[in-house]
Design a protein around this ligand. Structure first.
Ligand SMILES: [Zn+2]
Length: 288
């Protein structure tokens, strides 16, 4: 039975199509409102492809969401999956005594050919207090090891935890393909991540008025390391900030970055597309 959806949501008008395709490398298509998906998967793919966002990485945050991501990637060639337990899930699972069992489930999914990445994992000190940190550290270490073991990309969620993210990464060894999702640091932290070979993924937040330190980080990031994402349905770029996000709105972020860096739009798109392929272990089939 097809899932109920609410694609009739009053989405904003589509932006002008990009001159060359790009990938939305971080999306949560399984987000639900009123019991249904916020946007039907085929509709999300079609709207995005129409403006040049031809491929998507669907990201799981718990066991059920990771299964959904793997299955959705298996059904849609233009989507690949990332699987993990979100750092904010780890303390609850640890308290229930089910964290290690859940990690085993993620590791099983990680073996699927449709799964390119382990994420989003990492540390989130914004929503989890000091009492939950041990569980987050344990979970993050286990995810880093999984990325190494299965040769998958590591997708990191880092919220107010820059120093500990670097410390644990250095401790476990930085996987050869590592992405800082929704990069939120300043220029100094960007340099630390770049030195470790990581890719920095910029979301709609880079377009926000108060995001000056983030734009300073963007300014020191080579074109070869810049990725773009929605984190849909969150972090909607200007001029639609505050409304639900979807992959077809990525062109707003890409245009903003091209303007800010003073590079041509087509050049930026080509870099983002090629860098996403390198970051996620090779290309996959675009939607048309
Ligand atoms: Zn996310």
């Amino acid at each position: 039975m097809p899932e109920a959806t609410t694609s009739e949501w009053p989405w904003p008008e589509a932006p002008e199509p990009l001159p060359s395709p790009v990938v939305d490398n971080h999306c949560h298509l399984d987000h639900r409102i009123r019991g249904g998906l916020l946007i039907d998967v085929d509709d999300a793919i079609a709207r995005a492809a129409a403006v040049g966002v031809t491929r998507i990485v669907q990201v799981g945050c718990d066991v059920e969401g990771s299964r959904w991501a793997e299955r959705t990637a298996a059904e849609h060639p233009s989507i690949v999956a990332a699987v993990a337990l979100h750092p904010n899930e780890a303390p609850d699972l640890a308290e229930a005594g089910t964290l290690d069992a859940a990690l085993e489930e993620i590791e099983t999914l990680a073996r699927s050919e449709h799964v390119r990445a382990i994420g989003e994992t990492g540390l989130d000190y914004f929503r989890t207090g000091p009492e939950g940190r041990d569980a987050q550290h344990h979970s993050f270490r286990r995810h880093i090891r999984m990325a190494h073991r299965h040769d998958r990309t590591l997708v990191i969620q880092d919220r107010d935890a820059h120093d500990d993210v670097l410390r644990l990464l250095d401790d476990e060894g930085v996987p050869p393909r590592t992405v800082l999702h929704c990069f939120s640091g300043d220029a100094a932290f960007a340099r630390e991540c770049l030195e470790r070979g990581a890719y920095l993924s910029f979301a709609g937040t880079v377009t926000f008025k108060n995001a000056e330190p983030l734009r300073e980080a963007l300014a020191v990031t080579p074109l070869e390391r810049i990725l773009v994402e929605t984190d849909a349905p969150f972090l909607t770029p200007m001029p639609h900030r505050g409304k639900p996000n979807a992959s077809f709105l990525v062109p707003h972020t890409v245009r903003f970055i091209a303007d800010f860096l003073g590079v041509s739009l087509v050049e930026l798109c080509r870099h983002v597309d090629a860098s996403t392929d390198r970051a996620f272990g090779g290309s996959w089939e675009p939607a048309t």
